[in-house]
Design a protein around this ligand. Structure first.
Ligand code: CAA
Length: 379
């Protein structure tokens, strides 16, 4: 077994670490408070090649591996999970899906600007009554010959108002159940496509989350990804890779809170010594470090399996389940270690605690990950 990162992977990690400190950290508290989208930062991430990390250079991407992607997600998320979710959705749910399953025309038209970071993408699966139960799509895409007529509502869509390209799952033939679902590329500005108000969220407040409404939107047949009825499999297959991204985001949130806690414990004096001299704090830090290490190993294993063309659905779900629960536990402990300072915004850990929660919910709740894992275990 080989646990060392390559020199290239270390350089990519360092670039992400530097970017997080110099570009994301200043202003992260204000962006969270005012729900301000990190537009300038995302533009710069595009210039660094982080918006289409795993896309081939032929289509404007950086041609990096999934381990590098996990490293970048971890480093960005240590500081700003609102920015890193934009990176994650664009990379794993939009670019990956288009490169793997889109046709040449779709790649030329849509993938290149997404991979270069010129535009942002969104992945639209969840509905008011179809979150975890993703097969129950109520949005319809009726076949009208040369186009589909799209009607329905999507909920909690990351990059809802800032995206230009949306991949929308919709039911074309309900009698075929999930085999009747299509994945359609919808452009912002298509007639009948409206964006609902921004959600006022607990965490990742800098990212823009919206509901989307489609009323008789004419989507050309050329915008369907894959064969007729491939949409549900498209969504599930792209979510597999997405779960590596969100697992790495959760890992980063945990690692960020842990690093702040170590630093604080070394500086803060109590009872005539530093917090770091107290065994109660030492044990907390030891547990945090152990869980974070385990989460990182799970993330890298899932990414390695993906890079090596092996099945990785179960590994990705294990990584997401464990890393997101680690993020929650670690950030709660980080606030505890910081005491009263942990409860105010300047010390960052309360934001990380709020941000951690969503990692147990989006791209499949912890319960969904357990379904995927147990199916693998019991098959
Ligand atoms: N790759 C390819 N195909 C897959 C697949 C995968 N990983 N997983 C399942 N499928 C296929 C199955 O083979 C099956 O096909 P057949 O009928 O042809 O055999 C079909 O999909 C249906 O699969 P299941 O019978 O397993 O479906 P199910 O109804 O039992 O549910 C589930 C499966 C795992 C619960 C699934 O519904 C699921 O993952 N739900 C959660 C959805 C989710 O993650 N939503 C997140 C929204 S996106 C988001 O959060 C993005 C964001 O903005 C940050």
């Amino acid at each position: 077994m080989h646990f060392e990162l390559s020199e290239e992977q270390k350089m990519i990690r360092q670039a992400a670490r530097d970017f997080a400190q110099t570009e994301l950290k200043p202003g992260v508290i204000e962006r969270d408070e005012h729900q301000k989208f990190p537009a300038e930062q995302i533009k710069k991430l595009g210039e660094l090649g982080f918006m289409g990390m795993m896309v081939s250079p032929e289509y404007g991407g950086s041609g990096m591996d999934a381990i590098s992607y996990s490293l970048v997600m971890e480093e960005l998320s240590k500081v700003d999970a609102s920015a890193s979710v934009v990176v994650s959705v664009n990379n794993s749910l939009v670019c990956y899906g288009l490169e793997k399953y889109g046709n040449e025309e779709q790649k030329q038209k849509y993938l290149i600007p997404l991979a270069t970071g010129e535009v942002i993408g969104a992945f639209c699966l969840s509905e008011p009554e179809a979150g975890s139960d993703a097969t129950s799509q109520r949005t319809t895409a009726i076949d009208m010959g040369d186009h589909y007529l799209l009607n329905g509502t999507k909920n909690w869509i990351t990059n809802g108002s800032t995206a230009s390209t949306y991949i929308v799952m919709a039911q074309t033939d309900a009698s075929k159940k999930h085999h009747g679902i299509n994945a359609l590329i919808v452009e912002k500005g298509m007639e009948g496509f409206t964006i609902g108000p921004k959600e006022n969220k607990m965490g990742i407040r800098g990212s823009d989350t919206h509901s989307l409404m489609f009323t008789d939107v004419k989507v050309p047949k050329a915008n369907r990804i894959g064969e007729e009825g491939f949409g549900f499999k498209f969504a599930m297959a792209t979510l597999e890779g997405g779960r590596i991204g969100i697992a790495s985001q959760a890992l980063g949130i945990a690692a960020g809170a842990y690093e702040l806690s170590v630093q604080y414990a070394k500086e803060r004096q109590a009872f005539g010594k530093t917090l770091a001299d107290l065994q109660a704090i030492q044990f907390k830090l030891a547990d945090m470090a152990t869980e974070i290490d385990a989460a990182r190993l799970l993330c890298h294993r899932a990414a390695w399996l993906k890079d090596n063309g092996q099945l990785y659905a179960q590994a990705a779900s294990m990584a997401k389940l464990f890393a997101s629960e680690t993020a929650m536990r670690t950030t709660v402990e980080a606030v505890q270690i910081h005491g009263g300072y942990g409860y105010v915004k300047e010390y960052h850990v309360e934001r990380l605690m709020r941000d951690a929660k969503i990692t147990q919910i989006y791209e499949g709740t912890s319960e969904i990950q357990r379904i995927v894992i147990s199916r693998g275990v019991l098959k």
